[in-house]
Design a binder for this molecule. Structure first.
Ligand SMILES: [Zn+2]
Length: 82
């Protein structure tokens, strides 16, 4: 069983891009924001916007355990946007 999906490969390529817009697009492959919460696209675990400094807790077995602080990452990406 492969843990690397096509979506993961696209997200990885976008994440590695030098373009801030590509990196933001890559972020949206992995996360969504609804009603003030950030949600992992893989396991649907969520974190409130009021907890940007706390480590994101994925559900057991989630293969997207890479970004521990998605709010911080989003803020950094938006700060780099043109
Ligand atoms: Zn997850």
């Amino acid at each position: 069983m492969s843990s690397i999906s096509v979506t993961d490969e696209i997200a990885a390529a976008l994440r590695a891009s030098m373009s801030p817009c590509d990196r933001i697009a890559g972020w949206t492959f992995r996360w969504s924001v609804q009603c003030g919460q950030i949600i992992c696209q893989q396991c649907r675990a969520s974190q409130l916007a009021s907890q940007p400094g706390e480590m994101f807790v994925h559900r057991a077995g989630c293969c997207a355990r890479r970004e521990d602080f998605p709010w911080r990452e989003l803020a950094a990406l938006l700060g780099a946007a043109p």
